[in-house]
Ligand binder design. Structure first.
Ligand SMILES: C[S@@+](CC[C@H](N)C(=O)[O-])C[C@H]1O[C@@H](n2cnc3c(N)ncnc32)[C@H](O)[C@@H]1O
Length: 258
């Protein structure tokens, strides 16, 4: 597959696991969309992102997982791109980096939490990036015409969506034919060792380390998906051409072609 060849040529070490099989850590239990516990529903709500999750995530994650972001952004931003959509754009770092790497492209970042959109707009002004815009919007009903993007990117957001198949079919709708979506997420089957190493980087004076480790293990990663689960969901959304990649750290990347 031609895209596979391009990926192999990428300078960073990202490997394909055959048949979507993964190293087995804590994983196992499939998550039925909509069947969420109390903590998970809080974790996924727009007000939690507005109130505390957004600011904490935006401050810590790019330091904790710098290799991962470098890798995914450099892959997702490759190609002759004219319109890029970032779904669940958060504080805007990913969209802005994609915009800077593709000065001829127009990048749009959407997020359903208004405070995240405001934070992204502040960063855009600070960095003076002109080819990027942020707006409020829900992944469940993307406010765009069909076939209006040649690339869609979504990093660490899909596990919060109430219906991931609906979100992915919306992404498929707004992609042009043969357009690609790069969907990355925390890997629920990451090993305890990987999670511990990651949580060591996810530190700040205002966070109690043991609580943060518990949340990362049981909520952030523990209630996420495995790559093969998300691949199955992508199939339900109409994507048949799907490649699973291992990203650096306890994350995976799905490359979906319309
Ligand atoms: C973990 S953050 C990731 C932000 C950004 N992609 C990054 O990696 O820096 C997840 C983001 O997804 C957003 N989000 C969650 N559910 C959403 C939905 N249904 N529609 C749009 N955005 C959503 C949250 O508000 C949050 O900003």
């Amino acid at each position: 597959m031609h895209f596979q060849a391009r990926i192999s040529a990428a300078t960073w070490a990202i490997q394909k696991k055959e048949n979507g099989t993964w190293h087995h850590g804590k994983g196992g239990r499939a998550i039925a969309p909509g069947n969420k516990g109390f903590l998970k529903r809080i974790h996924d709500s727009a007000w939690a992102w507005n109130l505390f999750q957004g600011p904490v995530y935006n401050r810590l994650i790019f330091k904790a997982a710098a290799d991962y972001f470098d890798a995914v952004i450099s892959l997702a931003g490759k190609g002759a791109l004219t319109r890029i959509l970032d779904v669940g754009a958060g504080g805007g770092v990913v969209s802005l980096r994609l915009a800077k790497a593709n000065p001829d492209a127009a990048v749009v970042g959407i997020d359903y939490a208004l405070r995240q959109v405001r934070a992204a707009n502040r960063l855009k002004r600070k960095e003076q990036v002109l080819n990027c815009a942020f707006q409020q919007g829900n992944a469940m009903a993307l406010p765009f015409l069909e076939a209006s993007f040649d690339r869609v990117v979504s990093i660490n957001s899909i596990k919060h969506w109430p219906d991931p198949a609906q979100g992915l079919s919306e992404i498929r709708r707004v992609l042009r034919p043969r357009g690609q979506a790069f969907i990355s997420e925390a890997d629920r089957s990451a090993s305890p060792e990987e999670l511990l190493a990651f949580s060591e980087n996810y530190r700040a004076w205002y966070i109690w380390g043991a609580l943060m480790r518990w949340i990362l293990r049981n909520v952030v990663f523990g209630k996420s998906y495995t790559a093969s689960e998300l691949k199955t969901i992508a199939g339900r959304a109409g994507f048949s051409d799907t490649i699973i990649q291992v990203a650096p750290g306890p994350f995976f990347l799905l490359v979906l072609t319309k």
